[in-house]
Ligand binder design. Sequence first.
Ligand SMILES: Nc1nc2c(c(=O)[nH]1)N[C@H]1C(S)=C(S)[C@@H](COP(=O)(O)OP(=O)(O)OC[C@H]3O[C@@H](n4cnc5c(=O)[nH]c(N)nc54)[C@H](O)[C@@H]3O)O[C@H]1N2
Ligand SMILES: Nc1nc2c(c(=O)[nH]1)N[C@H]1C(S)=C(S)[C@@H](COP(=O)(O)OP(=O)(O)OC[C@H]3O[C@@H](n4cnc5c(=O)[nH]c(N)nc54)[C@H](O)[C@@H]3O)O[C@H]1N2
Ligand SMILES: [Mo]
Length: 761
Amino acid sequence: MTDERKPKIEPYQGSAGGWGSVNSVKAILQREKVPIPSTVRELWRQNKPRGFTCVSCAWPQPEKPAKFEFCENGAKASAWELTSLRTTPEFFAQHTCAELRTWSDHDLEQQGRLTHPMRYDRASDKYVPCEWDEAFRAIGNELKQLDPKSVVFYASGRASLETSYLYALFARLYGNNNLPDSSNMCHEATGVALRKSVGSAVGTVVLDDFTKTDCIVFFGQNAGVNSPRMLHDLQKAAKRGAPIIVFNPLRERGLERFTNPQSPVELLMGKETPLATQYLQVKAGGDIAAITGLCKALLTLDDEAQERGMQRALDQSFVAQHCHGFDEFAGFVRAQSWEDIESASGLARAALERAAQTYAQASAVIGVYGMGLTQHVLGEYNIHMLANLLLMRGNIGKPGAGLCPVRGHSNVQGQRTVGIADDPALVPLDRLAEQYGFEPPREKGLNTVETCEGVLNGTVRGFIGLGGNFLRAIPEQERVNAAWNKLRLTVQIATKLNRSHLVNGEVAYLLPCLGRIERVVENGKEQVLSTEDSTSCIHASVGKAAPASPELKSETRIVVELAKATLAPNPKVPWDGWANDYATIRDSIEQTYPEQFADYNKRMWTPGGFHRPNSARERVWKTDTGKANFIVPPALVATGFEDAPDRFRLMTMRSNDQFNTTVYGYDDRFRGIDGTREVVLMNKDDIARMGLHDGQTVKLVSDAGDGVSREVGGLRVVTFDIPTGCVGGYYPECNPLIPLSHHAKFSKTPAAKSVPVRVVA
Ligand SMILES: Nc1nc2c(c(=O)[nH]1)N[C@H]1C(S)=C(S)[C@@H](COP(=O)(O)OP(=O)(O)OC[C@H]3O[C@@H](n4cnc5c(=O)[nH]c(N)nc54)[C@H](O)[C@@H]3O)O[C@H]1N2
Ligand SMILES: Nc1nc2c(c(=O)[nH]1)N[C@H]1C(S)=C(S)[C@@H](COP(=O)(O)OP(=O)(O)OC[C@H]3O[C@@H](n4cnc5c(=O)[nH]c(N)nc54)[C@H](O)[C@@H]3O)O[C@H]1N2
Ligand SMILES: [Mo]
């Protein structure tokens, strides 16, 4: 493939949204060569009560949707699925996997939708077409021969609740809890940390809280790019006068100002709403220190208030009634010097005090966060700290307040809800045992990092991927890639070709499936799916678009056929009944989780979805102490490594033109980087100090000190407004630099936002 892109790097002047967004949507529809009328018809149905839930992010759908309830990046994701381009058996006949491995991520997926089941032929190093029956039979035979403990069942976060429930059940009936998922690389730190802090693994707010909040503190989440529909909720809050305080190493345009691209008036008048009222460019890994500073300033305000006999800055009665460990935490905070807080956070005391003032004046505060908090060695403590901050003023479990982790994939939270978990403690195994008459495996399964370890040490022998691009999303890419083709079996269920499909086990199949926007017909009847959003609301999703190829099967059907080909028949497990009528899968889910899914088939049609109960929201604390816990962090810096003069903290980022490993294009509009992803963003002082110059080509070299050589070269130095000591690069291009051992302590979330590297000319 020839590459004719010309890099163009210059600051972007526009707001998020606006005409830039409208033009970008137009360009995407052209790029995917989709018929415009039918695509617009589909976009019209996006995130509507009888429509489909967007395949891009997990931001909730409002009860009363806008005319077009989609954003630029949602439109991109839909167009990506509705594309008229096709990756056919003829394509595979022309290219070996070795050749395709030299293509870029963008070029691979740009070939379009997979159309036909394919078997990998090692002799020719090519994929060849096969029949579905043959594939199911061969995979079933392989699985029967492998030790169940040596096979993993990966899930990427997009498949529906129905498919995910059956997939997890398949793994357990087969004999393991090896259910790693994309959440293991994403918000796993959230689940682990929030369970300890407040006894609930997910966020506590719903959409309505954004209409009631008086202040939002916003950590390490790039809403303008990764959950753009959220900008509407932020805009409304900003217009009501609610302050928004942002902590982010980069000045992300989407958090600074927004023009609603769906409002003709705003578009024509060029009207922008400023969003962030205060923007704090914290160092990557500096959030524990920053929040310690906020808490310290808050304690000072509280001391002063007490001295003067004024209203306290702490919600003393909430802390006394609901919390555990406050005194120890306050002791820790008081013991930290402002000097240490400033140097670890990179923020000035005065700025933190101002933010604390704003926080103290608000009666209901939402704490929003994303990968900027989770993907660090002390990622769980970042989240404990945010919870601590909210607890100090009783900001959990009241209207307009709470924790809002912004989830990634559109059904990643739901997959965990219905059993995709390597930790059996998170799954009602006894109920499954009774419902299906079998003894479920009780030992912990493999998560994503442990799967990689198993591939490296030879204990993992088989891999099934329900979507995703495992080999590109993980850390330690080169070593894991090299060990991958020693696997006996690899099966990929996918909509488009990606790099993970080009490194294969001895026996390998690529099974193409329907996407969520497409019509699913089983047994002559149209089927409905459902998903769970970032605020634990569950919605029906109805696909109507014509399938990309008549050969495609639904994900549910594929999972059912694989299970049938592998497992001995069990009269209590109605695989065919389920595949013929998805409503019966929902009945089974309801039977397993009666508290959460009561009246599922009916309530999923509620506009805005039905809300799964959340104990912390009700101020019921299912923790070890029965209270909400204040938790003291072990350090002020979350990176897990020492600073050294030439050691930088690399944060790996998403551009505005990608969905995870899917690279739609090369225009990171808001950051002003166009035509290339091979860049390293650096502060001008660091560039000068290192004797480099803007535009120079450098390589990044791992500085983990573990003796393993890891590097990524050919990167262009770009002068950028980023704190000194930090550099930025793109995900997934920079993934070879992340050691497998560099992950959050308890959840094993890879620490992709502070990777120790050196910059080498
Ligand atoms: N269009 C689009 N939408 C997506 C995705 C996509 O790729 N494209 N991916 C989906 C998925 S799976 C996920 S998980 C989410 C990801 O959405 P986000 O959580 O927004 O993830 P990132 O873009 O990786 O990084 C978030 C922000 O963290 C900041 N940051 C980095 N390090 C730190 C730090 O140490 N402290 C603080 N405070 N900030 C830091 C970065 O500057 C960046 O603005 O989006 C989902 N939605
Ligand atoms: N360095 C670094 N690494 C990271 C991150 C980071 O910020 N920095 N982020 C991490 C995060 S948050 C995540 S969630 C992971 C993402 O990791 P994954 O979820 O594994 O990766 P994706 O890129 O989302 O997967 C894209 C592929 O999914 C397939 N696909 C798309 N739609 C469908 C569908 O409807 N059905 C099926 N069966 N397949 C489909 C397509 O073939 C497409 O190529 O990456 C992680 N890796
Ligand atoms: Mo994610």
